[in-house]
Write a protein that binds this ligand. Structure first.
Ligand SMILES: Cc1cc2nc3c(=O)[nH]c(=O)nc-3n(C[C@H](O)[C@H](O)[C@H](O)COP(=O)(O)O)c2cc1C
Length: 261
């Protein structure tokens, strides 16, 4: 894995080429004959290991260490590539956010965490708070570099659409465009925001949670089944966020039936 100070281009060049057509395959779970009460499937190996206890605010621990620990440990995370429009309708914005997830389906609800405050909001949050609208686009393998490019720290009003080369497609319910390359895009309306205060710098607002309701789904026609209820993983080929600058692919899956009491 790349670390600050490494010659990234050299490391990248030494790696095998991306295999574009890796199929999604299903294998058996580690212990297909697992019985209730059996616990871990490693024969007790994990119980021989010890843990390091970390107080996130222990003396001398920089806040960045918590950021790095959380983004490398809470993985893989879905990435919401969020499209917004300014209130005056003159500028558009596109940026990725991986403090993001679906939290309910009736109504369809999504959360996104923005680092910073409403006062000094990232462009996406400023637009979302002012217009109460956005489109959440899911990132697939076929446009991962372009999606990553939208994280550029462009000044307010300059559009990441151009930098990325991605294509705007019209939305129905909201003003912001959806990403045409995206297999799954969700038009959303802001439900509420909640600001959080920093623990290391009391008084400073350091994070904003946005709750967004999905009001329209767009699924590419070769990725949705007949009754419009399942998105095909083999077509979606989703990209997730891992630690540092790493992204994950989902090409190997297992199935385990739900337990019945
Ligand atoms: C894959 C990825 C995930 C990211 N996730 C988040 C996130 O969850 N919250 C956040 O505040 N910034 C996140 N960022 C950083 C923002 O994308 C970045 O600050 C961007 O410039 C914001 O754009 P905006 O000011 O146009 O909204 C992420 C960046 C990348 C590359």
């Amino acid at each position: 894995m790349f670390r600050v100070g490494d010659d990234f281009e050299k490391i990248q060049a030494s790696r095998p080429e991306f295999k574009r057509d890796v199929p999604v395959t299903f294998s058996q779970p580690p212990n297909p004959s697992w019985k209730q009460g059996e616990g871990a499937n490693d024969g007790g190996e994990s119980l021989k290991k010890n843990h390091v206890e970390i107080d996130p605010y222990e003396e001398g621990r920089p806040a960045a260490s918590n950021y790095k620990l959380l983004i490398s440990g809470m993985v893989p995370r879905p990435i919401a590539l969020i499209s917004t429009k300014s209130k005056d309708g003159k500028t558009t914005n596109l940026a990725p956010f991986s403090y993001a997830n679906v939290i309910n389906h009736d109504p369809p609800l999504f959360t996104v965490g923005f680092v910073g405050s409403l006062d000094k909001a990232k462009d996406t949050l400023k637009n979302l708070a002012e217009t109460e609208e956005c489109v959440i686009n899911i990132i697939s393998e076929h446009f991962v570099e372009a999606a990553n490019a939208t994280a550029i720290n462009a000044p307010y009003g300059s559009s990441e659409w151009e930098v990325s080369g991605l294509t705007q497609a019209p939305s129905t319910v909201v003003q912001a465009a959806r990403v045409k390359e995206s297999i799954l895009a969700i038009e959303g309306k802001l439900v509420e925001t909640k600001e959080f205060e920093s623990r290391s710098t009391p008084g400073k607002k350091s994070g904003v949670l946005a709750i967004i309701e999905g009001v329209r789904f767009w699924v590419r026609d070769d990725a949705i089944n007949e009754d419009k209820s399942i998105v095909d993983l083999k077509v979606l080929k989703p990209i997730s966020r891992l630690g540092g600058i790493s992204y994950g692919r989902t090409t190997d899956a297992i199935e385990i039936p739900r337990p019945q009491f």
